[in-house]
Design a protein around this ligand. Structure first.
Ligand code: NAP
Ligand code: NAG
Ligand code: NAG
Ligand code: NAG
Length: 318
C-alpha cells in the first residue's frame, strides 16, 4: 500500500515537473493589428503552421498558405475559413525541396501581392533523403529553401514598413553541429538511413535556423524589418511521420499525455509576430513567449557569416 502511494506520488511529481519545464505552456499576449496586412505561412496546412494561420486569419490578416500539396492546403483553408469566418486565406504552391519552386513562388507572390508584413518560415521535416537539387533533405527544406525564400521577399518586407521574419527552429539546435566547409563540399549536414542519423541531421538544420536568424538580424540593422527564431515547445503534430514504427510506438503515448497541442504550439510564433516592442530583440531565440539565451554555437559570428555565404552560393545568388 505504502509503495503504491509512493509510486503514485513520484509519477504525479514527475508529471508536474515535466509540465512546468519541457512541456511548459505559454500564451501570446501580443495585440499588433494585422487587419489589412499580408502574412505568408510556409507549411500552413497542418500542425503548428495551420494553428498559426488560423489565429492570424481570425485577427483579420490576409494569409497565404505556402504549401507543397494543393489538396491538403485547400482542405486546411476550408477548415480555417469555417472556424474564423475569414474569406482571405489563399493557397500558393511552394515546395521548399526545390529551389526552382521557391523562385517560382516568389515570382508569383511579388507579381500578385502588393505587400508582405510577416514571413513565417514554419515548414520543416524529419526525414532521410535529398532535395531536387541534391541537398540533404533537412538542410535543404528546413534551412536552404527558407533562406532563398527570405532573400527573395526581403525587399517587399522592407517596403511594407515594420516587416518581420519568424523562423521555426527548435531546442534540438543544441545538439546540432554545423561544419560549413564540409557542407560546402558535400551539400548536406549529415546523412544516413537510421533514425538517429537523420535526427542528428535535423538538429544540424535547426542550428542553421538559429544562425540564419542571428546573421539576418545583423544584415537588417538600419531597416525597420526584424527577425526572430522560435522553439514552439514539444508539440503533437505530424512531424514524426517519417520516423520508424517502433519510435512511433514509443512517442505516441507520451505525445498524448504530455505534448502541447498545435494551438498551444503556435503561441511563441504568434508572440514573435504580434508582440509590440520586441524589435530590440531582433535576431534572438524565443521560447515560451520570451527571448532566451542561446548557447555559444547558436550565436557564433564567424559560422553564421560563412553559412550565409555558402547558402548564397548554393542558391546561385553570388
Ligand atoms: N512538433 C514539435 O514538437 C516541434 C518542436 C520544435 C520545432 N518544431 C518545428 O516546427 C515547425 C512545424 O512543424 P510541425 O510540428 O507543425 O510539423 P508537421 O505537422 O509535420 O508540419 C510540417 C509542415 O511542413 C510542410 N513541409 C514539409 N516539407 C515541405 C516542403 N518540401 N515544402 C513545403 N512544405 C513542406 C508540411 O507539408 P505536408 O503536410 O505537405 O507534408 C507541413 O505543412 C517545423 O519547422 C519543426 O521543425 C516542431
Ligand atoms: C546596429 O548598428 C548599430 C550602429 O551601427 C550598432 O551599435 C548595433 O550594435 C547594431 N546592432 C546589431 C544587432 O548588429
Ligand atoms: C523606420 O521607421 C521610422 C519610424 O516610423 C522612420 O522614421 C524611418 O524612416 C524608417 N526607416 C527606414 C529605413 O525605412
Ligand atoms: C514521409 O512520410 C510520408 C507519409 O508517410 C511520405 O509520403 C513521404 O514520402 C515521406 N517523406 C520522406 C522524405 O521520406
Amino acid at each position: 500500500m505504502f509503495q503504491l502511494l509512493l509510486l503514485a506520488g513520484v509519477v504525479l511529481g514527475g508529471y508536474i515537473v515535466l509540465t512546468q519545464t519541457l512541456f511548459k505552456r505559454s500564451r501570446c499576449k501580443g495585440t499588433a493589428a494585422v487587419a489589412g496586412k499580408t502574412v505568408i505561412v510556409t507549411g500552413g496546412n497542418t500542425g503548428i503552421g495551420k494553428a498559426t494561420a488560423l489565429h492570424l486569419a481570425r485577427r483579420g490578416a490576409r494569409v497565404v498558405l505556402a504549401c507543397r500539396n494543393r489538396d491538403k492546403a485547400q482542405s486546411a483553408i476550408a477548415d480555417i475559413e469555417q472556424e474564423t469566418g475569414s474569406t482571405d486565406v489563399v493557397y500558393m504552391h511552394l515546395d521548399l525541396a526545390s529551389l526552382k519552386s521557391v523562385r517560382c513562388f516568389a515570382e508569383t507572390f511579388l507579381k500578385t501581392e502588393s505587400r508582405l508584413d510577416l514571413l513565417i518560415n514554419n515548414a520543416g521535416l524529419v526525414a532521410d533523403g535529398q532535395t531536387e537539387d541534391g541537398f540533404g533533405i533537412e538542410f535543404g527544406v528546413n534551412h536552404l529553401g527558407h533562406f532563398l525564400l527570405t532573400r527573395l521577399l526581403l525587399e517587399r518586407l522592407k517596403e511594407s514598413g515594420r516587416g518581420r521574419v519568424v523562423t521555426l527552429a527548435s531546442m534540438a539546435y543544441r545538439w546540432g553541429r554545423v561544419d560549413v566547409e564540409a557542407l560546402a563540399a558535400s551539400k548536406h549536414l549529415g546523412t544516413g538511413t537510421y533514425s538517429w542519423q537523420f535526427f542528428q541531421a535535423y538538429c544540424n538544420s535547426k542550428l542553421c535556423n538559429v544562425l540564419f536568424t542571428h546573421e539576418l538580424a545583423k544584415r537588417l540593422n538600419g531597416t525597420n524589418v526584424t527577425c526572430y527564431c522560435v522553439h514552439p515547445g514539444i508539440v503533437h503534430t505530424e512531424l514524426s511521420r517519417n520516423v520508424s514504427l517502433w519510435q512511433k510506438l514509443f512517442i505516441e503515448p507520451v505525445a498524448r499525455l504530455l505534448f502541447l497541442d498545435p494551438e498551444a504550439g503556435a503561441q511563441t510564433t504568434l508572440h514573435c509576430a504580434l508582440q509590440e516592442g520586441i524589435e530590440p530583440l531582433s535576431g534572438r531565440y524565443f521560447s515560451c513567449c520570451a527571448a532566451q539565451e542561446v548557447c555559444a554555437r547558436g550565436r557564433d559570428d564567424a559560422t553564421s557569416r560563412r553559412l550565409w555565404e555558402v547558402s548564397e552560393r548554393f542558391c546561385g545568388l553570388s
